[in-house]
Design a binder for this molecule. Sequence first.
Ligand SMILES: [Zn+2]
Length: 487
Amino acid sequence: MKRNRGPLLVLVLVVYVRTGSAQTQVQLQQEAKEVAVSVLAGPSMQEIEALCDRFGARLTGTAAYDHAAEWAAARFRAAGIQDVKFEKITVPNGWQRGWAESYLYSPVQRKLHLESVSWTPSTPRDGVNGEVVVVSDISETALRGSTSAIRDHIVLFDAEHVFAAGFNKTYAKLIASYPIFKALGAQALVLPDAVPNNVLGDWLDIDNGKGEILPLPIAEIGMEDALLIRRLLAKSPVTIGFSYQNQISGPVPSNSVIAEIRGSDKADEWILVGAHLDSWDFATGAQDDGTGAIMVLEAARAVAQLPHPPRRSIRFALWTGEEPGLLGSRAYVKAHAKELDHCVAVINTDNGAGRPRGWIVEGRDDLKATLDELAPIYLKEYGADQVSLETTFDSDQGPFMLQGIPSFDLWVDDVPYNAIHHKSSDTVDKIDPAYFKTDGAIVAVLAYVIAQREEPIAPRLSHAAVGEILKKAQLDGYLIAHGDWQP
Ligand SMILES: [Zn+2]
């Protein structure tokens, strides 16, 4: 009997220390390492093959997305997490790509590389056929001054000039131009891609960010095809034609998948670790954002496997509707507005599984200061000790960041990612398994460290303080135009 009392006492002590308020840095370092090792030794590559090769492209509102969401919920449950929910949104219009045909009629005859841009309507049954006019200035004044040039024409954007100020600064003007082109009688708009080999996918996201059908057919065309048309146009009129039939429906439901590991002594405070499960439809969204989705699943599995729950609760989110406009995360922020005061941090991963760098902290000096202290202790060994003050608002951390919640976006070398982003080449074979697992470990470690610290990582910022960050990043105009921000 006596001999048993020693271990029992130790056990009681350990339980006290782990669930109580005191946890030493050494303990936390050890546990964070346990979490990381679990991800590093985990089945990330098998999981991403299951997701991308089995379900394929996962456009929001399609059956492929729905099946992937069911699969993801089952993976959370298989990791031992009981609390797994679907969080439903309604996309205003379902949209799926149909067949497309395109042809250069004169002065030479060629087949063209051309596809519909997302959420644009089908062409009339007989297609659009006519002379091409190049437009370099899409301001209302310029367009109204070129009425006769635009009427009945197919408008080819001079993208270099139209987007000279950058996409974010041009976005509002672009969206405002669509109804003007329609009113002036343009048959269709065509945007040239900028990737060699006539690869398409640069312009999938020029919809209105709301999942609503645009006012007229808009297509993208391969880089070399567009350059040929421009060269021919310098000498004589050019006539092209194209036809595509997309499947368009009324409102469709789609689900984000949310799994929660309830915390212990600080259970009411929560951290959200997220990535988007949906993808564009040209490829299987392996790097954008299949790898992010698997990092979230793997972080969940690693934390769930620990012998004790984290101190704060951790919610794992696989978002729907990121590509058509952050629809899932925006809806979540709205639906959970009353409990956002308890959200201590949002961790997002949507830059692919590249060589790790660290974290982007969306313009917050206070977060940078804290991470600069934490990173050498917990993240440096995985190559993730750099902190970027860039304000990106380019993924699902955005809606939370606007609410003043400390937001982190995984920062990796994204040069290889950008080369395949939204293209048919975004497939599993592009993933470096070592970087992928390391990035997953980094996500899990940061989530766990934030969950275990005595104090929240940083306060929630006021609306005015967020406004200052947006202004500094020159993002306020874009967000106001998009309806995301009111100063
Ligand atoms: Zn993405």
